[in-house]
Design a protein around this ligand. Structure first.
Ligand code: SF4
Length: 499
């Protein structure tokens, strides 16, 4: 038997994605796994391999604070077992106490993929039924279609003010031929991502495949930009004294020259403000502004709101520009400053209340994301909606599901003898992936057993596929039964399926 590292969900499994960690700053999920309360098996098995800013969501879970999860589905075909990953991720977060959102990206399907509304209606219904059948609680969560959600449309319009063509061009491969509705569907997608925070800022996680990361990054940028927009509007007429202006000018210089390494001690500044409050200070004095600016220098990108709160818009237009640039530069150091940010934020909010300032912007927190590995197609290569043999649709006749597994490519050797001698290659086997992603359910021991037996040569592909095929047949039977039950109750839900 070859020397196989028995590490079915270890680092080897995510090696293809390693460059994402280096190039784009996606962090390894493994590093925070220990902090996740009762992690989902997709997390334990490194199917969910990366994240952006997910600690924020974990903190909320631990502190019993509000948080949300949202993902969308483009209804261009039948939901398949690859989509089930995302359904599971939404449902798990809902079970952890999150506000859960499942949306149907029908505008996108219509504008970007050219589907008719009749086709979209049918597919939308199928996605929703599978999500419900897998355990989504519609009483606690929210299901909606982009096209009928007025608040999302309005938010998309506001976000569109801040998004410009060249950045969409870079991210979405747009060119001069791209139609306007397609662009509109992109800002709608951004609005979807921020929608859970419309009433109240809260950590929000977007479970996606790594190919969706540029969208997440754009949404994080837009979240910051609309916050700025809201604040400048709210404080356009706020008067500042000459002293305060001078301090702000200094702050501007500090920010633009700022070296992220040279951090100033935020905690001290927050403590200082606290003591001022205790001493009964009620005015925004030059000194408190100075302290605030010090804190904000420390805290990185986030406290944009208080940072511009004391600026007279007309007098310091240039300063605003500089601040925004500086804030963009600070994104890089943001993660190191979460603690500092929390302190600064609380202190600044408190201070603002004292001087009776009202905030009137959106106040979005940048959305977080988690990334899952793609499933390999049953025929090898990528699993694709347009190649029926490559995937198992959640609507497949259970017997067809059985047949597809039986016909799947494996990581097996040329002959049974060779397999007994050398062991199979579970890391390269779509059937083993089926066990990990779905068939073993929550039973890690079972998944591990399949891996070990395969790698040791104790398991041969014929029997292994037979077992997997039977399990998928059972899964499909059970799933479709539950879909039937929900189909009868679908009318009671507040979602339209007739465009
Ligand atoms: Fe894949 Fe099972 Fe064959 Fe191993 S024994 S290569 S897991 S089908």
């Amino acid at each position: 038997v070859e020397d196989v590292a028995l590490d079915p969900w270890g680092s080897a499994a995510v090696s293809d994605y390693r460059k994402l960690f280096e190039q784009f700053g996606i962090e390894e999920f493994e590093q925070i796994l220990g902090d996740v309360p009762a992690p989902h098996y997709l997390m334990r098995r490194s199917v969910i391999f990366g994240h952006r800013d997910y600690r924020r969501v974990l903190d909320a879970m631990h502190d019993d604070d509000p948080f949300a999860v949202l993902s969308g589905f483009m209804p261009t075909g039948d939901p398949h077992i690859g989509h089930k990953l995302v359904f599971d991720e939404i449902i798990w977060h809902q079970q952890q106490g999150g506000d859960a959102y499942g949306l149907i990206a029908d505008l996108e399907a219509h504008s970007a993929r050219g589907l008719s509304w009749d086709e979209i209606d049918e597919h939308a219904r199928n996605y929703v039924l599978s999500l419900l059948a897998l355990g989504f609680d519609p009483e606690e969560g929210t299901l909606y279609r982009q096209s009928t959600n007025r608040e999302v449309q309005d938010l998309a319009f506001e976000l569109g003010i801040e998004a410009n063509f060249s950045e969409l061009e870079a991210i979405y491969d747009f060119d001069g031929e791209t139609d306007v509705s397609h662009m509109q569907s992109v800002v709608t997608q951004m609005a979807d991502i921020l929608y859970p925070q419309l009433d109240e800022p809260k950590p929000t996680v977007i479970p996606v495949g790594p190919d969706q990361d540029p969208h997440v990054r754009l949404a994080r940028d837009l979240a910051a930009r609309v916050r700025y927009f809201g604040v400048t509007e709210a404080y356009a007429s706020f008067e500042v004294t000459a002293d305060e202006r001078e301090l702000l000018a200094e702050a501007y210089e500090t920010l633009t020259d700022r070296n992220p390494e040279e951090t100033i001690r935020c905690r001290d500044a927050a403590a200082y403000l606290e003591s001022e409050r205790e001493a009964g200070a009620t005015d925004v004095t030059a000194t408190t502004i100075d302290s605030l600016v010090t804190m904000l220098n420390e805290a990185g990108k986030e406290p944009l709101r208080p940072r511009v709160r004391f600026v007279d818009r007309n007098a310091t237009e240039e300063a605003f520009e500089g601040l925004i640039e500086a804030i963009d530069g600070e994104k890089r150091v943001y993660d190191e400053h979460i603690d500092a940010f929390d302190l600064a934020w609380d202190a600044a909010e408190e201070l603002a209340r004292e001087v009776e300032l009202e905030y009137d912007g959106y106040g979005f927190l940048p959305p977080s994301s988690i990334y899952h590995r793609f499933m390999t197609g049953l025929t090898g290569g990528k699993m694709s909606s347009s190649i029926p043999a490559s995937h198992i649709s959640l609507l497949d006749d259970p017997e067809d599901g059985y047949d597809k597994v039986k016909a799947a490519t494996t990581g097996g050797r040329q002959s049974a003898e060779e397999q007994r001698e050398l062991g199979g290659k579970p890391d390269e086997c779509p059937v083993y992936e089926l066990y990990t992603y779905l068939l073993a359910g929550d039973d890690d021991e079972f998944a591990m057993e399949v891996y070990e037996e395969c790698a040791n040569g104790d398991r041969l592909c014929g029997g292994c596929k037979e077992q997997a095929a039977e399990l998928i047949e059972e899964f499909l039977e059970d799933h479709q039964e539950k879909r039937e039950e929900w189909a009868d109750k679908l009318d009671e839900l507040d979602i339209e399926f007739d465009s």
